[in-house]
Design a protein around this ligand. Sequence first.
Ligand SMILES: [Zn+2]
Length: 432
Amino acid sequence: MNTFIVKIIFISLLLITNAHTNIQLIKKENSDSNTTLLIIAGVHGDEPGGYFAASILATHYDIKSKNLWIVPNLNQKSIQEDSRGIYGDMNRKFSAIDKGDKDANIIKEIKEIILSKNVSLVLNLHDGHGFYRKENHGKIFNPTAWGQTCVIDQCSLNQNQPFGNLNNIASTVKNNMNKKLLEEHHSFNVKNTKTKFDDEEMQLSLTYFAVTNNKPAFAIESSKNLSSLSQKVFYQLLAIEEFMNIMEISYTKKFELNESNLGDIIKGYGILGINDNILLNLSNIKKNLSYIPIKSKGNVFKFSNPLGSIKSSNGKFIVYIGNKSVTTLKPQFFKSASDYAKKFDAIIDGKTISFDNTSEIFVFDDFNIVEQADYRVNVIGYTSVKKKSESGIDIKLRDLNKRFSIDNNNKVYRVEFYKNDEFCFMSKIHFK
Ligand SMILES: [Zn+2]
């Protein structure tokens, strides 16, 4: 069995194109027009339907005309904690905010983005309680519920303002959405909070800030009472697609919009790059990984998933995708080598190959990292009695201690390269 495959994971770690330091703004632009839809998600950290939808929009939709801007995780710290707002309700800070408020910088930056000349329409994504109904049908279905609504603050903006007829647009969106419901009781409604006259609370909100600055704005509320995250994301994306249709933003997407596909996409946590010398596939990764060779400070973490984030806790690094803690990395501190070879040789199932660093090498039977002067190889999970470097040894799956695999199936193992006790990079051996 001499077949082997060397697969290098090419990743486009998302380019965060902005001058904002507290906010991630992803721009998908075309040069044909200034019309721009701005999607803001994650103002409330415990409403994952909104922010997973925004993230999928960023990674799985191509915008063919006009522009889409996405802020997928406005309140990132609260998202990690799965909390509405660790510093209070961020969506009540848009009218006035104390200078010392811990959300002040985020509020300042998102206001600037909302007021950008190009922004034509703003959607603020939420998961709300229950299912809104005009009449009272009990605890879940009633007029005070927010779920399954397109929320407007008032019927319209100034005359001649493009997309200023909020009520007409919201009604069109909900009518079209109601043709595609997963279940009948998921029906969408328009909820007009008549903020200026009736709702002092909502006068402090993001959408009201936009509307009072003559920017058309809507909140999309999926329901917290839907049975799965995929269902919440389904309705968010359905609503966003309707808004894109109204704004004549043309798009293609890489999947058919249904609950099952969304379930798979949500679980695709993507790749985490650390310091340009480690790439970890976060899907199916073990809950804890130890002795990760990183620097004692100044580490750079890059995610392919827009919802990726890191929290330092007790000397460890907890890796999040949205509100899901995916793995915890326990570091072992090393200096990063600045100068090292970019290619190494290995004998994979009897055939000699050359591989790039940080690549993932697929193996059927056994592998042997060819010795290279000045480099020490550490195969994590392999115990060599005689040798300092674990190069030049045929290693099979059964020689490796499963406790040290990267993945839950115990098929992927780390191979780390050192030079003068400085860490160069981590490759991975993946047994088929
Ligand atoms: Zn909310």
